[in-house]
Design a protein around this ligand. Structure first.
Ligand SMILES: [Zn+2]
Length: 683
């Protein structure tokens, strides 16, 4: 099943935080240093005005080579790595079986099955046999659609995506959502671009597929032919898929319809068979997110021979489950997705991969054990206080905006006052009863957990909106804003040093986690989030004049980022990254105002390590984005990630903030400030 929470926006791409698990209480207590800010990692020889990223991070960048099993190494990854060691301990204790707690039993059995390498090697591709036999037995189009439904229920996603999520224009109800999908490469552009690098990737994708088909017993000729057929089919789907930029327009992904409407659009697809296959006899109204895509899928279902479809389904199954199978498949999968696409040198050790899989499939069971040990009420209270202050600063900033009319301001306050905040972990833990996880087959555990998750999401249909639901696990080192819920969510995993410390210098906490809170809050008002109202409905609440003025300002930030050229001839895509860039700039400005307000109430030392509170604020922000990235991963991010590369997330906002130039007394040629109409000022 596709990710729920369709329009969710996070502080980091999930693409780079796939294995994100979080940090430990040891870290919270062991850091006796009052600062989150780490002065020892700075390079004081660099000029803060013209080389701020290096000034704040120079020694860290020099002394922290990217680990062989990573494609990037950042402050977030430091937290993740430290935290994985704590989670390993939790999982090992659980696997030893002394804890009768349901979550511990589940995590323990899952971990034990994943660590049983001998058993996994012995099984080979056996866990796929039953499903492969069903695919081979498909005799007509009805059975093909029926099989697609079966695979969707198992968490395998051929052809398109299906989920249950809020109706974007009536956020008080859940409806089914049908979306474009079915691609094995990271984005449609990988199928269509003709530059050398992209062609190389496609060639390697073909040889990866060929190798994988041979593991199922295909002869080399047949395997190569099968790979070519899959690539041809996926390319036709890619051609009618919306681009990443087009996907940022929520209206472009909203087309309310019903079975009769869908059947009219796609005459030869037996949709009733699909819906009853997934367990929905009465789908009611639903969203056909991408009609053009489904029209083409319908044509393909009509014209592409059944045997090629069966090949494609085998491929989807094999590729999705590869990482849970024997080493030949794991290595082939890593060789393409890890090495070729992301530049990672080495496969992660098994225990890390198993923890990531537990996180993905039964993450809240792990989260329950984790927060019991590692997240205290004082951290929650500290973050809550920052949220209150940052919301107040945002209200203040809206009040002072010269470009916005009073009418729109009143609506903005309404949205701001309604935004819901979740900190740490869910009030109600997810109920895993009925899910069978045992110490037997790891791949079978994953299949059952995927099916259990599908049923959980399906069961939302017709029920009231579950406002307790979390879209990330508590141990995740990330945060998000969800516009249809009008909520921002900060898992315990991100509220850890060096990102947050309950006793840290407020200037450091506000520059780091405070800016993240401001970032998420601003998402409710960025080029995408502003289109949703206080109740989470996709419904304009702006006067046409204010909308025009906002779009002009958004255009200015697009231009600023279009100018950056991090590698080869590849530029940052200003349109793709606009929402995140608006959130970074707005979040930083609002967090600084909130810090200044809070220092009036609770004054702190004027200088620490020779730095004023404003200077420490900016340094802490830059340190939260310290990172090194492999070239391959950087290219993939530029093509697919709505977040700009980390360095630019630091320097670009500063070029729009006179507060920064003042803090470091940057004048004349040394001033990074953009002048006149080029300077972006939104929130
Ligand atoms: Zn974001």
């Amino acid at each position: 099943m596709s990710t729920p929470q369709f329009f969710k926006r996070s502080i980091l791409a999930t693409l780079v935080s796939l294995a994100c698990l979080s940090s430990t209480a040891q870290a919270q207590t062991a850091s006796s240093n009052q600062l989150v800010l780490e002065s020892a990692t700075m390079d004081l020889k660099a000029d803060p005005c013209t080389q701020f990223f290096e000034y704040a991070n120079g020694l860290w960048l020099k002394n922290n080579p990217i680990p062989a099993d990573r494609s990037r190494y950042s402050a977030y990854d430091e937290v993740t790595e430290r935290n994985m060691i704590a989670l390993k301990k939790i999982a090992e204790t659980a696997a030893a079986g002394h804890d009768q707690h349901r979550a511990a039993q589940l995590v323990g059995a899952f971990y034990a099955s994943g660590m049983n390498e001998a058993q996994i090697e012995k099984e080979g591709v056996r866990p796929l046999d039953a499903t492969l036999a069903k695919i081979n037995a498909i005799g007509d189009k009805q059975q093909l659609i029926s099989m697609i439904a079966v695979l969707h229920k198992q968490g395998i996603n051929p052809l398109f995506g299906f989920t249950i999520d809020q109706d974007a224009k009536n956020a008080n109800r859940y409806i089914p959502q049908l979306m474009q999908g079915g691609l094995g490469l990271p984005d449609r552009d990988y199928y269509l671009k003709t530059d050398t690098k992209t062609k190389e990737i496609r060639a390697k994708y073909l040889s990866y597929m060929t190798q994988m088909f041979s593991f199922l017993g295909d002869t080399s000729d047949v395997a190569a032919k099968n790979a070519a057929d899959v690539l041809a089919l996926e390319t036709r789907l890619a051609k009618v898929s919306l681009t990443k930029v087009e996907l940022r327009d929520p209206q472009a992904s909203y087309h309310l319809s019903d079975l009769a409407g869908l059947q009219k659009l796609t005459k030869s697809t037996p949709w009733a068979t699909y819906f009853s296959g997934v367990g929905l006899t009465q789908p009611g109204q639903f969203n056909i997110a991408h009609p053009k895509f489904f029209a083409e899928a319908d044509r393909l279902l009509d014209r592409v021979p059944l045997d090629q479809w069966k090949t494609y389904l085998r491929w989807e199954l094999l590729n999705t489950r590869a990482s849970a199978l024997s080493s030949a498949l794991v290595n082939a999968h890593f060789d393409f997705y890890g090495k070729t696409l992301a530049g990672t040198k080495e496969l992660q050790p098994r225990w890390k991969r198993v923890l990531a899989s537990i996180d993905a499939h039964t993450g809240e069971a792990m989260g329950e054990l984790y927060v019991a040990q590692f997240f205290g009420p004082e951290a929650k209270a500290g973050v809550q206080e920052m949220v209150t202050n940052i919301k107040a600063a945002m209200r203040d900033s809206i009040g002072k905006l010269e470009w916005m009319s009073d009418v729109t301001k009143q609506q903005s306050y309404k949205k701001l006052d309604t935004v819901m905040v979740k900190i740490g972990y869910p009030d109600v833990w997810r109920d895993y009863s009925g899910l069978q996880i045992d110490k037997g087959s790891y791949a079978d555990n994953i299949a059952r957990a995927s099916e259990f998750e599908f049923k959980r999401v399906l069961a939302k249909l017709g029920k009231p909106i579950d406002r307790n639901e979390w879209g990330m696990t508590p141990q995740t080192v990330n945060a998000y804003y969800n516009p249809t819920m009008n909520e921002m969510v900060f898992p315990a995993g991100i509220l850890q040093p060096p990102l947050y410390h309950v006793n840290a210098d407020p200037a450091a906490n506000y520059g780091n986690t405070g800016a993240t809170i401001g970032h998420e809050l601003t998402h409710g008002f960025d080029d995408e989030g502003r289109q949703f109202d206080a109740q989470g409905n996709l419904k304009s609440w702006w006067t046409p004049q204010d909308e025009k003025k906002f779009l002009l300002r958004a255009k200015a930030i697009e231009r600023q980022f279009d100018e950056f050229n991090p590698i080869d001839q590849l530029h940052i895509n200003g349109k793709l990254t606009a929402g995140e860039n608006i959130a970074d700039l707005g979040g930083l400005k609002i967090a600084l105002q909130a810090l200044r307000q809070s220092l009036k109430a609770k004054p702190q030392a004027a200088e620490i390590d020779g730095l004023t509170p404003d200077q420490r604020f900016f340094v802490a922000n830059a340190q939260s984005f310290r990172s090194l990235i492999r070239d391959e991963m950087l290219r993939m991010k530029l093509a697919t990630d709505p977040h700009a590369p980390d360095k630019y997330r630091v320097i670009a906002p500063l070029a729009n903030m006179p507060e920064f130039a003042e803090a470091f007394q940057c004048k004349g040629d040394r001033s990074p400030l953009r002048q006149g109409a080029k300077r972006v000022n939104i929130w």
